[in-house]
Design a protein around this ligand. Structure first.
Ligand code: FES
Length: 103
């Protein structure tokens, strides 16, 4: 079942950077890359770091704590010490608003 939820204005996003949003008390990070928007759980699966504070490299987010990486498109861990994927959320942008399908 879809549950599209408005979480931010597209204008709040910055190319190559992340921002935190907290729909329904969840901690989710939004990233803008090449005009596309990606949403992932904000907490790193390796430790207590927030990925919105990390560094975007292409389609990867580098964790600010130990420089592990995840693919923003799939959530896959792509660089140690990260091994567990992060959850990715379906995104659509409509009328200048960013919506996530929170299921
Ligand atoms: Fe993210 Fe260690 S907390 S790589």
């Amino acid at each position: 079942m879809s549950n599209w939820t408005d979480v931010a204005a597209e204008a709040d996003l910055f190319e190559g950077a992340g921002i935190p949003v907290s729909p329904g008390g969840r901690d989710i990070a939004l990233f803008a890359v090449d005009g596309e928007v990606f949403a992932t759980d904000n907490l790193c699966t390796h430790g207590n770091a927030r990925l919105c504070d990390g560094f975007v490299e292409g389609h990867e987010i580098e964790c600010p704590f130990h420089q592990g990486r995840f693919d923003l498109r799939t959530g896959d861990a792509t660089l140690a010490p990260c091994t567990q994927p992060i959850k990715v959320w379906p995104v659509k942008v409509e009328g200048g608003r960013v919506l996530l399908d929170l299921g």
